[in-house]
Design a protein around this ligand. Sequence first.
Ligand code: AMP
Ligand code: MG
Length: 489
Amino acid sequence: MIYNKEKNPGWNFDNSYINLPNKLFTKTSPTPVSNPKTIILNKQLAKDIGLNIDFLLSENGLAVLAGNNTPEETITLAQAYAGHQFGHFTMLGDGRAILIGEQITPKGERLDIQLKGSGKTPYSRNGDGRAALGPMLREYIISEALHGLKIPTTRSLAVVKTDEKIIRERYLPGAILTRVASSHIRVGTFQYIANFGTLDELKELADYTIKRHYPNIEYIDNKYLLLIREMAKRQSSLIAKWQLIGFIHGVMNTDNMTISGEAIDFGPCAFMDIYDPDTKFSSIDRNGRYAYGKQPSIGAWNIARFAETLLPLIHDNKEEAIKLANDEIARFYINVNSFWINGMRAKLGIFNEEIEDENLVNELLDLIKNTKTDFTNTFKSLTINKLNVMQIFKTIEFVKWQEKWMARLDRQKESKLESEELMKSNNPSVIPRNHRVEEALEAADNNDFSLMHKLNNILSNPYEYSSEQDEYSLLPKDVQANYMTFCGT
Ligand code: AMP
Ligand code: MG
């Protein structure tokens, strides 16, 4: 492809995955689409990763985002992986995604640029390799909202609409999402090589992963055990953050858990309105395996699957290896709880630690649950001290709780103003409300993208406490008791 000089794309590829054992990927190219159109481009992200916005908006740029052309300086591939889906082990792989390359950003970070929905690959199984517009815009909205909420996540660079008609329950417009991630190495990638590769190949993947994501442990004794520990630590922080803002991933299969600690794959995810640990939204999660309250234990289950793959590298004696791995799972539980309770303290404006804090937090959560109250708006109201609207604040239980809370705040040296600031940076003023997301997607289906742009804008700084955000934090008139999300589309 010939680029005009003013529109130097900014590619700075340094592809390293391709040097891993061949089993881990297949070189393949996107399948061209007809009549692509850019629906949304994340200009800030483009800039941050060193790409030229003018180029991306040009015909040549669109051709790359649509998979109709590939930059000369890269080799594209689909990654192999396996995974436990709802507890069942399956062969998977990038069935509808293709890695365009690893971009080295101006800050020196290495990021995968991947097209999702870009056509069949050798791992497509019975799938068509394609994605529909709604789900790709949904991934865009949710991933960028998580980023705004300061939660580690894969990012969305662009969504391109195509003229392909995607056959789902009905014909849907096709789309391709450009995803940017620290890497796409998953628990499932390790499961794949542990099951179908040699010990040397497993070691190569583990060494590569350490170099790429945990360079601080590269030269430490028993770095493979430390890989479990460090990965589990990032996951404990990630999942605690989900719990603290009421995010339900919805499909925490082991292929949807990254080793980097970023949230990935936003199919049936949603934010909880009324607080209830049993909340689930995914239509395919019939038994509530991935319900809100189960996320920490499912996280541990997934990390156990990860640890299993590394057993032969941890210790020659299998029993000993299992014991060491189990210690790391125990450590995960301790960490997730400690990240969570510290996050909860911050949500209540508490700076220091007291043993009784966990009881204080749980008493409030019980009250929110029993009064069937909105999770986000309870904390928002406490933050701005607006306690005259919601019913929960009129109960005797709340008044009693509030006295304890006030006494607790009085026992720390920080002022009420400092507490308020802490609360403001930990309690979002707005989250992607399910009805707002649906409303934006429905309009987008009818070629009106204005609602989506407005929503993205409002969600970009959720700790801003603007009046526009107040409007978007309202619940729909009839809270969707039966709100369902669908994945695999
Ligand atoms: P997910 O549920 O999105 O994590 O996807 C699970 C697996 O199914 C992954 O290996 C995907 O690449 C694959 N997959 C999902 N949708 C399609 C599709 N339309 N065509 C081919 N593969 C797909
Ligand atoms: Mg997935």
